[in-house]
Design a protein around this ligand. Structure first.
Ligand code: 5GP
Ligand code: ZN
Length: 112
């Protein structure tokens, strides 16, 4: 989608601190990290919200990619959180689905 921030990041039109990329997914550090580790995993195809998603394999791949990166970066055993915000009350601000992965500190629950 031409007007989407994360599609532009995938295309390299907007720079990002990339961690991982394959044919389906792209992962990069969040620009406003909320924890010592905070990265996003996104599908390469544009999907606006979780309500628009229907590809179980792709959604599963987002999650497994997050856990693989957490292991690779060395904080998986200490623990981490993955979360996807949906629409306004869910706190979504970028309308290309993305899985947040946060770690490196004690996270509180509920997040608020
Ligand atoms: P949301 O609020 O939609 O769940 O999360 C959007 C996330 O994208 C936020 O954590 C925000 O910091 C991050 N973000 C917004 N713009 C950019 C950007 O240009 N580059 C990067 N790396 N992250 C961004
Ligand atoms: Zn997009």
């Amino acid at each position: 989608m031409s007007d989407c921030l994360f599609c532009k990041i995938i295309a390299g039109e907007i720079p990002s601190n990339k961690i991982y990329e394959d044919e389906d997914v792209f992962a990069f550090h969040d620009i406003e990290a909320q924890a010592p580790h905070h990265f996003l995993v996104i599908p390469k195809i544009h999907i606006s919200t979780l309500n628009d998603a229907d590809d179980a394999h792709l959604l599963g791949k987002l999650t497994l990619t997050a856990s693989k990166i957490a292991k690779d970066l060395g904080f998986a055993d200490d623990g981490y959180r993955v979360a996807m915000n949906c629409n306004e009350q869910g706190g979504q601000s970028v309308y290309h689905i993305h899985l947040h992965c946060l770690g490196g500190r004690q996270l509180k629950w509920p997040p608020g």
